[in-house]
Unconditional design. Structure first.
Length: 760
């Protein structure tokens, strides 16, 4: 009869490092600032140049970030609401709002266009006339004579139309109809209800941070309070990036909390059912507690904060750390945990190292939140392993005697390998063919966001009211000056047909030729105007400007015109042209499904950031997969070195199970993205854990059964996450763990006596 278990000497150093130190550190943390739900940390690191990032940031601030606001009150006109709203909107979070349909903005913009019509529109007019002349087969080879005749005829036809009345005062200075032609090419302004106020409110705060979002909500509440006091029945509706980000972050944070509670509860319940004694729970809770403390503390020490999505993914450490205690406790038998440690030391250490290695690949991820997971989970697993080694033997007397349920230790049926091995091989072959035929990789940044149907519907309804949508076929070009911007647009026009953009074109040679013949053009135009019945002297303002036609599109004139134009562009119209003083940006529409030519990518980008983010996810997935191939090869070599001839058996488990796990996920109609690839790497490491124990044990895999049950349960719960990317990770790992357990069971099946005797 063995003597009762006595508690070993208290491991003060282990207690200090594993429990006391992280607890003291976490007690000093300001938890209101520790958990971060900034959506920027879910966006991949940009692959764009510094100049392109600056241009995109300016586009975001002026086109994506502003608040779209709509208000109405019974019996109140838009002008009444406008005056009160301009007063109420003077909030610290807001800049000067733009009111759709306000004629004051249109008048100011029209004045700038009139004053700078030659610099802004003359070069486009000349290019268009060159194209018309080349296509007209006009018998007279003199372009200047044809141009004068065409200008006089176009003017005469224009004055016969009713819309010419709006330009009666401008015609003497603009007989070429530069301004009417340019305005006619612009898209129509959205129709605005006279009883509703629609505003575009630029922001003075960052809408992607919790502090900025709260400031916006406070400002909107203040506006509603002031407006409701003045207008009975007043109602308002507002949305923007701030609202979408806040809704997504809030839903993510709530879901992460429940996922962690459900995972811990399910694991503890399973352990209690499988072991039947609370003492066994004590042994499993200790490494879970240490893993959680080390995981959280390492994230805070390295990054200063933890993103809620990182917390959700890192919660898998709870299920993984339970495995270590289970493997040790299941090997105790009639001895004690100190005697059981040498039995599990090699497979347990191999399992920990391989799993940590799998998570370290997350450091290659382009997203800050996943990089946090790459530090937190390996640190937590190392802490759990140390807790199993040094704390569990000390806690064993408290846990007392326990014995696993009978069915957990029951041997499997006696089955020869030649019966199940061909079936397993055929299943693996079919799974491999499935993967080779159609690898359904989908890289979508939206998979990392919680669904926010209500907020998204509200935003789209408001965006539709001002005809403002993020069109995928819009590109933007950036430059350091207006002249360089025009030259770059010229380079783009030579390769791609542009629409929706009417900035000056770069036609230096044609303009020089026209300027050298300006006197001939003036004389010919004067004659043609008189032939059409006009008084040529009435156009004296225009003929005076023809004397300096060479300066119409000079760098100085263009810079002045562009600066004045930018100052009068508000709301969605800012997409035409914008600058921050050092970078100039213009947006234009490209042909559907067009690709930016390689020669233009240094200064041309897609406006829809989702495409560039998806591309970054794709590159990250491919990079991690390539790196993982070499990493897993290194793990295989280590396994063969440690396990020698049993290394093939140990490696067969992860290769077989992960292939079937991925194929099963695909067969269920689930696409694979970045986290699914990372999940496959993690599943490989977990399956290697089972393979290592199965290769070194000929007994029923009781510890593998408990470990697989808890791990499968944890990742199965994760697979129900509303964020598709996180759900993909859970699905791949859960399916792979199931097949890894099945493989371990098959490898540990009892051998028939005859076969055993022959082997002996």
């Amino acid at each position: 009869m063995k003597p009762p278990i006595t508690r070993p000497r208290t491991p003060w150093l282990a207690l200090l490092g594993l429990l006391i130190a992280p607890i003291i550190f976490l007690l000093t943390v300001n938890w209101t600032e520790t958990l971060n739900n900034n959506i920027l940390e879910l966006l991949p690191d940009s692959e764009e140049s510094v100049e392109a990032q600056a241009a995109r940031q300016m586009l975001s601030q002026r086109l994506s970030y502003p608040v779209i606001f709509k208000a109405s009150a019974p019996g109140t006109t838009r002008s009444q609401l406008t005056d009160a709203f301009l007063e109420a909107s003077a909030q610290p979070a807001f800049r000067s709002p733009f009111i759709l349909g306000d004629n004051r903005y249109q008048s100011a913009l029209l004045g700038v266009l009139k004053d700078n019509r030659e610099a802004l529109f003359a070069s486009n007019w000349l290019n268009a006339k060159h194209d018309e002349f080349a296509a007209s087969n006009f018998p007279q080879p003199d372009f200047i004579s044809w141009l004068a005749t065409d200008a006089a005829q176009q003017l005469n036809a224009f004055l016969d139309r009713p819309e010419s009345m709006a330009y009666a005062d401008d015609i003497p200075a603009d007989p070429l109809l530069l301004l009417p032609t340019a305005l006619a090419q612009l898209p129509p302004a959205p129709e605005v209800d006279d009883t509703a106020l629609i505003a575009w409110i630029p922001l003075a705060v960052d809408p992607l941070t919790p502090q900025g979002q709260q400031a916006i909500y406070d400002a909107l509440a203040a506006i509603e309070t002031q407006m409701s006091a003045r207008f009975p029945g007043y109602s308002q509706l507002a949305s923007g990036v701030y609202d979408l980000a806040h809704a997504s972050e809030q839903q993510t944070q709530d879901e992460v909390t429940w996922l962690n509670i459900e995972m811990v509860g399910a694991i503890l319940l399973l352990l209690l059912v499988l072991a039947g004694r609370p003492g066994f729970l004590l042994l499993t809770i200790a490494p879970v507690l240490v893993a959680g403390l080390w995981c959280t503390a390492s994230g805070l020490l390295v990054f200063g904060h933890i993103h809620v999505v990182a917390l959700a993914v890192s919660s898998v450490v709870l299920g993984l750390s339970v495995d270590y205690a289970v493997h040790l406790a299941a090997k105790r038998g009639n001895g004690n945990l100190r005697e059981a440690w040498p039995i599990v030391r090699l497979p347990l250490t191999t399992s920990c190292v391989s799993t940590c290695f799998g998570f370290l690949f997350l450091l290659l991820s382009p997203m800050a939140a996943l990089k946090q997971v790459g530090i937190m989970v390996p640190t937590g697993l190392v802490g759990a392993l140390l807790a199993v080694r040094y704390l569990l033997p000390w806690l064993e007397p408290i846990a007392g005697a326990y014995r696993l349920r009978t069915f957990i230790e029951r041997p499997g049926p006696m089955l020869r390998k030649y019966i199940w091995l061909p079936v397993a091989g055929l299943a693996w072959l079919m799974a491999a063919i499935t993967l080779l035929q159609s690898p359904p990789f989908v890289d979508d940044i939206q998979d990392f966001q919680a669904p926010i149907t209500e907020s998204l519907t509200r935003y789209r309804d408001l965006a539709d009211s001002i005809h403002h949508r993020d069109v995928n076929e819009r590109w933007y070009v950036f430059a350091s000056s207006p002249v360089e911007l025009i030259k770059r647009l010229h380079d783009i026009r030579e390769k791609i047909q542009l629409t929706g953009l009417h900035l000056p074109e770069d036609n230096t040679l044609e303009w020089k030729n026209f300027a050298s013949q300006s006197n001939d053009f003036a004389a010919a135009l004067r004659t043609q105007l008189e032939d059409q019945g006009f008084d040529a002297d009435a156009f004296a303002p225009f003929f005076d400007k023809l004397n300096s036609v060479a300066e119409w599109n000079s760098a100085k004139k263009l810079t002045t015109a562009f600066n004045e134009l930018v100052a009068q562009l508000h709301g969605p119209l800012q997409a035409l042209l914008m600058t921050d003083g050092s970078v100039w940006v213009a947006v234009f529409e490209a042909p559907p499904n067009a690709e930016i030519p390689a020669s233009l990518k240094s200064f041309t980008q897609e406006l829809a950031q989702q495409k560039s983010l998806n591309r970054a996810l794709k590159h990250a997935r491919e990079g991690i997969a390539r790196s993982a191939q070499w990493g897993l090869l290194g793990i295989a070599l280590c396994v063969f070195a440690l396990f020698r001839r049993r290394g093939v058996m140990a490696m067969a488990v992860p290769v077989w199970s992960v292939t079937l796990g991925i194929a099963t996920t695909i067969s269920l109609g689930n696409p694979l993205g970045l986290l699914a690839v990372i999940g496959a790497i993690l599943a490989f490491c977990l399956a290697l854990d089972y393979g290592a124990f199965a290769a070194t044990s000929r007994e029923p895999p009781a510890s593998i059964r408990i470990s697989a049950a808890t791990t499968f349960c944890a990742f199965l719960i994760l697979s129900f996450c509303s964020m598709p990317a996180v759900a993909q990770l859970g699905q791949v790992v859960a399916a792979s763990v199931f097949f890894a357990w099945l493989a371990a069971e098959l490898l540990c099946l009892p051998q028939p006596k005859k076969l055993t005797e022959n082997k002996a």
